[in-house]
Design a protein around this ligand. Sequence first.
Ligand SMILES: O=P(O)(O)O[C@H]1O[C@H](CO)[C@@H](O)[C@H]1O
Ligand SMILES: [Mn+2]
Ligand SMILES: [Mn+2]
Length: 405
Amino acid sequence: MPRAILCVLDSVGIGGAPDAASYGDEGANTLGHIAEYAAAGKADRAGLRGGPLYLPNMDAIGLGAALGLSSGTVPEGFSDKPKGGRFGVGREISKGKDTPSGHWEIAGVPVPFDWGYFPQTEPAFPPKLIDTLVREAGLPGILGNKHASGTTIIAELGQESIRTGKPICYTSIDSVFQIAAHETHFGLDRLYEVCQSAFKLTKPLMIGRVIARPFVGDDPENFKRTGNRRDFAIAPPEPTLLDRAKAAGRQVFAIGKISDIYATMGVTHKLKATGNMALFDKTLEALEMAPDGAFIMTNFVDFDSEYGHRRDVPGYAHALEQFDARLPELIVAMQPDDLLVLTADHGNDPTWPGSDHTREQIPILMFSPGVTPGEIGIRSTFADIGESIAHWLGLPPGAHGKSFL
Ligand SMILES: O=P(O)(O)O[C@H]1O[C@H](CO)[C@@H](O)[C@H]1O
Ligand SMILES: [Mn+2]
Ligand SMILES: [Mn+2]
């Protein structure tokens, strides 16, 4: 029985979203701009990488061609005629350009409601919410209370947080309430407990996620976030591909952030790892142990959290090249009737102003020895990805999207 492996390269958008202007993102193109900068020698970093963006393995299954289809330009060194693979472009119908919206829609469930957001004011959070959180979680108060980049705000307030025992609460243009605190001074379990309390309070406000952001270190120069991030997320409004696979008795391997993003719904095996390369290793491990009919889904978070939000073009280019270099390992490990899908959940153009996600279309790259190569065009919803995988796995069709297989 066929298996399917779905890799979400978090934030690897390819521009061209027709509604980008209403998000302030007209012209944003994560992959396109990285390629453009690299070709101009603007993505060089001594000891890390240099020169044009080199992604031969993803290009061979249609990455350059998908970029061309989405944005009109195939960068130099990329091909508009892939050697193998079925390629195309995904367009999002959900209104948020955030991780849950993108992932849920990929898994067949577009988001039908508006998320809650916190205003770009200081304070950003309603006083009642904070008063209740402080009381219920027994906190001496909170710090932050504004829109911020997570690394900047721990440099700014980390020491005060350690000294006072007050966690740092901040948000972004996404529907998130993030809590940063020191992993040992404040304590990891305590941080998770505070996040649980906050999640109960923010849920009625339709805030998608409360995110624990533990960090270590003792001064702004060496504060570092750890891999113990945890997302407390609202559950998807309808059964996703994961639920449907599990209900059919299939094994569902959720690697990295996947289990959190779907609020554990539909997951039978949860595998955690820190860093894209460790996530890649886990994906290979899962492939080795997954029985017939299994569904494996991995989120490669570093593209987004380490490079997109940090607006680090050489870092992002290097992460793409590292992933690409390992792709053959995955392809070699596949059985003849396994399907591999590479895609993304939104954009996060590292050349764009600010530090937030960008509304973009996403690549859809499918590879299997049994799939004839070709173009699937621009799909009107990410849900077509989930429906195609459902079809491949022999599951009945869902309520949204259409299979292109
Ligand atoms: O700046 P950091 O803490 O990485 O925050 C980012 O991470 C959040 C969750 O993906 C996003 O909403 C964005 O704000
Ligand atoms: Mn994401
Ligand atoms: Mn992000």
